[in-house]
Design a protein around this ligand. Structure first.
Ligand code: DON
Length: 306
Protein backbone atom coordinates (compact mmCIF):
# COMPACT_ATOMS: atom_id res chain seq x y z
CA UNK A 1 0.00 0.00 0.00
CA UNK A 2 1.30 3.45 -0.89
CA UNK A 3 1.62 5.48 2.33
CA UNK A 4 -0.04 8.89 2.25
CA UNK A 5 2.62 10.78 4.19
CA UNK A 6 1.28 14.29 3.58
CA UNK A 7 -2.12 13.26 4.86
CA UNK A 8 -0.53 11.63 7.90
CA UNK A 9 1.40 14.84 8.71
CA UNK A 10 -1.84 16.82 8.40
CA UNK A 11 -3.64 14.44 10.78
CA UNK A 12 -0.78 14.72 13.26
CA UNK A 13 -0.82 18.51 13.05
CA UNK A 14 -4.52 18.56 13.92
CA UNK A 15 -4.02 16.17 16.81
CA UNK A 16 -1.19 18.11 18.43
CA UNK A 17 -2.58 21.66 18.07
CA UNK A 18 -4.49 21.32 21.38
CA UNK A 19 -1.17 20.46 23.11
CA UNK A 20 0.73 23.52 21.95
CA UNK A 21 -0.20 25.52 25.04
CA UNK A 22 0.73 22.73 27.48
CA UNK A 23 4.52 22.88 27.26
CA UNK A 24 6.71 25.58 28.74
CA UNK A 25 9.25 27.47 26.62
CA UNK A 26 12.79 27.25 28.09
CA UNK A 27 13.29 30.40 30.11
CA UNK A 28 16.58 29.71 31.87
CA UNK A 29 18.17 31.27 28.78
CA UNK A 30 16.36 34.65 28.71
CA UNK A 31 16.55 34.99 24.90
CA UNK A 32 14.80 31.63 24.39
CA UNK A 33 11.87 32.73 26.56
CA UNK A 34 10.86 35.12 23.77
CA UNK A 35 9.97 32.35 21.29
CA UNK A 36 6.29 31.93 20.36
CA UNK A 37 5.07 28.66 22.00
CA UNK A 38 2.44 28.25 19.25
CA UNK A 39 5.03 27.36 16.60
CA UNK A 40 4.97 23.86 15.16
CA UNK A 41 6.64 22.26 12.16
CA UNK A 42 7.64 18.85 10.84
CA UNK A 43 9.95 17.92 7.96
CA UNK A 44 10.19 14.33 6.74
CA UNK A 45 12.93 13.45 4.26
CA UNK A 46 13.54 10.05 2.70
CA UNK A 47 16.85 8.82 1.34
CA UNK A 48 15.19 8.62 -2.10
CA UNK A 49 14.52 12.43 -2.01
CA UNK A 50 10.81 12.18 -1.24
CA UNK A 51 9.99 14.98 1.20
CA UNK A 52 6.91 16.09 3.13
CA UNK A 53 6.41 18.93 5.54
CA UNK A 54 3.85 20.87 7.49
CA UNK A 55 3.61 24.07 9.54
CA UNK A 56 6.65 26.17 10.45
CA UNK A 57 9.16 23.73 8.94
CA UNK A 58 11.17 26.52 7.28
CA UNK A 59 11.50 28.84 10.27
CA UNK A 60 14.88 28.87 12.02
CA UNK A 61 15.07 28.04 15.71
CA UNK A 62 17.81 27.52 18.27
CA UNK A 63 18.98 23.92 17.86
CA UNK A 64 20.63 23.90 21.32
CA UNK A 65 21.62 20.34 22.30
CA UNK A 66 20.96 18.91 18.85
CA UNK A 67 24.37 20.41 18.02
CA UNK A 68 25.87 17.77 20.35
CA UNK A 69 25.32 15.19 17.58
CA UNK A 70 27.31 17.26 15.07
CA UNK A 71 30.02 17.93 17.68
CA UNK A 72 30.40 14.21 18.38
CA UNK A 73 30.38 13.26 14.68
CA UNK A 74 33.08 15.79 13.81
CA UNK A 75 35.24 14.86 16.81
CA UNK A 76 34.94 11.13 16.23
CA UNK A 77 35.74 11.66 12.53
CA UNK A 78 38.98 13.40 13.61
CA UNK A 79 40.03 11.39 16.64
CA UNK A 80 38.31 8.04 16.29
CA UNK A 81 37.63 5.84 19.30
CA UNK A 82 39.99 7.82 21.57
CA UNK A 83 37.03 10.12 22.26
CA UNK A 84 35.42 7.45 24.41
CA UNK A 85 38.38 7.42 26.83
CA UNK A 86 37.22 10.83 28.08
CA UNK A 87 33.45 10.36 27.99
CA UNK A 88 31.30 7.31 28.72
CA UNK A 89 28.37 5.88 26.73
CA UNK A 90 25.80 5.12 29.42
CA UNK A 91 22.42 6.84 29.84
CA UNK A 92 22.52 9.16 32.82
CA UNK A 93 18.94 8.87 34.05
CA UNK A 94 19.47 12.41 35.34
CA UNK A 95 18.63 15.86 33.96
CA UNK A 96 20.89 17.14 31.18
CA UNK A 97 22.56 19.68 33.45
CA UNK A 98 22.96 17.47 36.53
CA UNK A 99 26.23 17.52 38.47
CA UNK A 100 25.81 14.64 40.92
CA UNK A 101 27.25 11.71 38.95
CA UNK A 102 30.30 13.71 37.93
CA UNK A 103 31.72 13.78 41.42
CA UNK A 104 31.48 10.11 42.28
CA UNK A 105 32.43 9.08 38.73
CA UNK A 106 35.66 11.10 38.94
CA UNK A 107 34.88 13.76 36.32
CA UNK A 108 34.04 11.32 33.49
CA UNK A 109 30.64 12.26 32.06
CA UNK A 110 28.07 9.54 31.46
CA UNK A 111 27.69 10.32 27.75
CA UNK A 112 28.41 12.97 25.08
CA UNK A 113 24.78 14.12 24.81
CA UNK A 114 24.42 15.63 28.28
CA UNK A 115 26.05 18.97 29.05
CA UNK A 116 29.08 17.59 30.91
CA UNK A 117 29.83 15.18 28.05
CA UNK A 118 29.46 17.89 25.43
CA UNK A 119 31.78 20.14 27.45
CA UNK A 120 34.45 17.41 27.30
CA UNK A 121 33.86 17.06 23.53
CA UNK A 122 34.26 20.86 23.23
CA UNK A 123 37.55 20.59 25.15
CA UNK A 124 38.74 17.84 22.77
CA UNK A 125 37.78 19.99 19.79
CA UNK A 126 39.83 22.91 21.13
CA UNK A 127 42.83 20.61 21.63
CA UNK A 128 42.69 18.86 18.26
CA UNK A 129 41.03 21.11 15.65
CA UNK A 130 42.64 24.26 14.23
CA UNK A 131 39.53 26.41 14.42
CA UNK A 132 36.71 24.41 16.02
CA UNK A 133 34.16 27.24 15.86
CA UNK A 134 34.56 27.60 12.09
CA UNK A 135 35.02 23.88 11.49
CA UNK A 136 31.78 22.83 13.19
CA UNK A 137 29.83 25.35 11.14
CA UNK A 138 31.52 24.26 7.88
CA UNK A 139 30.79 20.63 8.74
CA UNK A 140 27.09 21.34 9.29
CA UNK A 141 26.89 23.52 6.18
CA UNK A 142 28.42 20.72 4.15
CA UNK A 143 26.00 18.12 5.56
CA UNK A 144 23.06 20.40 4.72
CA UNK A 145 24.48 21.61 1.41
CA UNK A 146 23.75 25.21 2.27
CA UNK A 147 25.75 28.20 3.53
CA UNK A 148 23.32 30.28 5.59
CA UNK A 149 23.65 28.39 8.88
CA UNK A 150 25.07 30.58 11.64
CA UNK A 151 25.64 31.08 15.33
CA UNK A 152 23.34 33.48 17.15
CA UNK A 153 25.68 35.62 19.25
CA UNK A 154 22.77 37.11 21.24
CA UNK A 155 21.58 33.67 22.38
CA UNK A 156 25.15 32.58 23.20
CA UNK A 157 25.69 35.72 25.29
CA UNK A 158 22.31 35.31 26.98
CA UNK A 159 23.23 31.78 28.04
CA UNK A 160 26.72 32.75 29.12
CA UNK A 161 25.29 35.43 31.41
CA UNK A 162 23.49 32.78 33.46
CA UNK A 163 25.24 29.51 32.63
CA UNK A 164 26.38 28.90 36.20
CA UNK A 165 25.70 25.17 36.24
CA UNK A 166 27.72 24.59 33.09
CA UNK A 167 30.50 26.64 34.68
CA UNK A 168 30.30 24.48 37.81
CA UNK A 169 30.47 21.31 35.70
CA UNK A 170 33.46 22.36 33.68
CA UNK A 171 35.33 23.43 36.83
CA UNK A 172 34.53 20.15 38.58
CA UNK A 173 35.79 18.17 35.58
CA UNK A 174 38.89 20.36 35.42
CA UNK A 175 39.61 19.45 39.06
CA UNK A 176 39.63 15.77 37.99
CA UNK A 177 41.92 16.50 35.02
CA UNK A 178 39.25 15.82 32.38
CA UNK A 179 39.31 19.37 30.95
CA UNK A 180 42.66 20.32 29.43
CA UNK A 181 41.98 23.86 28.21
CA UNK A 182 41.00 27.09 29.89
CA UNK A 183 37.50 26.76 31.41
CA UNK A 184 36.31 30.11 30.00
CA UNK A 185 37.40 29.13 26.51
CA UNK A 186 35.56 25.80 26.77
CA UNK A 187 32.39 27.47 28.08
CA UNK A 188 32.37 30.20 25.43
CA UNK A 189 32.71 27.71 22.61
CA UNK A 190 30.09 25.37 24.12
CA UNK A 191 27.59 28.25 24.34
CA UNK A 192 28.35 29.16 20.73
CA UNK A 193 27.67 25.57 19.66
CA UNK A 194 24.31 25.60 21.48
CA UNK A 195 23.30 28.84 19.73
CA UNK A 196 23.31 27.51 16.14
CA UNK A 197 20.05 28.22 14.31
CA UNK A 198 18.52 25.90 11.74
CA UNK A 199 15.04 25.03 10.53
CA UNK A 200 13.39 21.59 10.31
CA UNK A 201 14.25 21.29 6.62
CA UNK A 202 17.96 22.00 7.20
CA UNK A 203 18.17 19.66 10.17
CA UNK A 204 16.42 16.89 8.24
CA UNK A 205 18.98 17.28 5.45
CA UNK A 206 21.88 17.15 7.91
CA UNK A 207 20.48 14.14 9.77
CA UNK A 208 19.84 12.30 6.51
CA UNK A 209 23.59 11.62 6.45
CA UNK A 210 23.15 9.69 9.70
CA UNK A 211 20.09 7.90 8.28
CA UNK A 212 22.39 6.95 5.38
CA UNK A 213 24.92 5.25 7.72
CA UNK A 214 27.32 8.22 7.75
CA UNK A 215 27.48 8.80 3.99
CA UNK A 216 26.25 11.84 2.06
CA UNK A 217 23.13 11.03 0.06
CA UNK A 218 23.97 13.43 -2.77
CA UNK A 219 27.79 13.48 -2.79
CA UNK A 220 28.20 9.88 -1.46
CA UNK A 221 31.06 11.22 0.69
CA UNK A 222 31.79 9.19 3.80
CA UNK A 223 31.66 11.56 6.79
CA UNK A 224 31.95 8.91 9.51
CA UNK A 225 32.76 5.20 9.21
CA UNK A 226 30.09 2.50 9.38
CA UNK A 227 31.31 1.56 12.86
CA UNK A 228 31.29 5.20 14.04
CA UNK A 229 27.75 5.48 12.65
CA UNK A 230 26.64 2.37 14.58
CA UNK A 231 28.04 3.74 17.82
CA UNK A 232 26.68 7.27 17.39
CA UNK A 233 23.23 5.94 16.57
CA UNK A 234 23.31 3.71 19.63
CA UNK A 235 24.15 6.74 21.78
CA UNK A 236 21.28 8.70 20.20
CA UNK A 237 18.95 5.83 21.03
CA UNK A 238 20.08 5.40 24.63
CA UNK A 239 21.09 8.96 25.59
CA UNK A 240 19.46 11.38 23.13
CA UNK A 241 16.67 12.56 25.43
CA UNK A 242 18.39 13.02 28.80
CA UNK A 243 16.38 11.30 31.54
CA UNK A 244 13.59 10.56 29.08
CA UNK A 245 15.57 8.38 26.67
CA UNK A 246 13.64 5.30 27.79
CA UNK A 247 10.30 7.05 27.36
CA UNK A 248 11.26 8.23 23.86
CA UNK A 249 12.31 4.70 22.83
CA UNK A 250 9.09 3.35 24.37
CA UNK A 251 6.78 5.84 22.67
CA UNK A 252 8.59 6.66 19.41
CA UNK A 253 11.23 3.99 18.80
CA UNK A 254 13.75 6.01 16.74
CA UNK A 255 17.30 7.15 17.54
CA UNK A 256 17.36 10.92 17.85
CA UNK A 257 18.33 14.02 19.77
CA UNK A 258 16.37 16.84 21.33
CA UNK A 259 17.26 20.38 22.34
CA UNK A 260 15.69 22.89 24.71
CA UNK A 261 14.84 25.10 21.74
CA UNK A 262 12.03 22.57 21.17
CA UNK A 263 13.58 20.71 18.25
CA UNK A 264 13.82 16.94 17.90
CA UNK A 265 15.75 15.27 15.07
CA UNK A 266 15.37 11.52 14.56
CA UNK A 267 16.28 8.91 11.99
CA UNK A 268 15.16 5.54 10.74
CA UNK A 269 18.47 4.19 9.39
CA UNK A 270 18.24 3.23 5.74
CA UNK A 271 14.93 5.09 5.33
CA UNK A 272 14.42 8.65 6.49
CA UNK A 273 15.20 11.55 8.76
CA UNK A 274 12.42 13.45 10.50
CA UNK A 275 12.57 16.74 12.40
CA UNK A 276 9.89 18.33 14.49
CA UNK A 277 9.90 21.71 16.19
CA UNK A 278 7.54 22.93 18.88
CA UNK A 279 9.12 25.19 21.55
CA UNK A 280 6.87 24.21 24.51
CA UNK A 281 8.84 21.72 26.64
CA UNK A 282 7.73 19.02 29.05
CA UNK A 283 9.24 18.94 32.58
CA UNK A 284 12.22 16.86 31.33
CA UNK A 285 13.14 19.55 28.77
CA UNK A 286 11.92 17.75 25.64
CA UNK A 287 9.39 19.25 23.21
CA UNK A 288 5.98 18.18 24.50
CA UNK A 289 4.05 18.35 21.22
CA UNK A 290 7.15 17.23 19.31
CA UNK A 291 7.35 13.96 21.21
CA UNK A 292 3.64 13.37 20.71
CA UNK A 293 3.92 14.14 16.99
CA UNK A 294 6.72 11.61 16.55
CA UNK A 295 4.85 9.01 18.58
CA UNK A 296 1.83 9.49 16.29
CA UNK A 297 4.08 9.36 13.21
CA UNK A 298 5.77 6.04 14.00
CA UNK A 299 2.45 4.57 15.13
CA UNK A 300 0.47 5.67 12.07
CA UNK A 301 3.21 4.64 9.61
CA UNK A 302 4.27 1.49 11.44
CA UNK A 303 7.91 2.57 11.08
CA UNK A 304 10.35 2.38 13.97
CA UNK A 305 13.54 0.45 14.63
CA UNK A 306 11.60 -2.02 16.78
O1 DON B 1 23.71 23.84 28.25
C1 DON B 1 22.54 24.18 28.18
O2 DON B 1 21.85 24.26 29.17
C2 DON B 1 21.88 24.48 26.83
N1 DON B 1 22.55 25.44 26.11
C3 DON B 1 21.67 23.23 26.04
C4 DON B 1 20.60 22.53 26.68
C5 DON B 1 19.91 21.53 25.84
O3 DON B 1 19.36 21.76 24.78
C6 DON B 1 19.85 20.22 26.46
N2 DON B 1 21.13 19.80 26.94
N3 DON B 1 21.71 18.80 26.82
Amino acid sequence: MLMKYQQILEEIHKEVVPLLGDGKVADYIPELAKVDPGKFGIYLLFLNEEAYYIGDAHEKFSIQSISKVFMLALTVAHLGEKVYERVNVEPSGDPFNSLVQLEYECGIPRNPFINSGALVITDLMISHLNNPKEELLSFIRELVGQEDICYNETIAASEKACGFKNAAMVNLMKSFGNIKNDVEEVLDLYFDFCSIEMNCNELARAFRVFANHGKGVIDAKRYITESQFKRMTAIMQTCGFYDEAGEFAFRVGLPGKSGVGGGIAAILPGEYSIVVWSPGLNPKGNSLAGMKALELFTTKTGTSIF
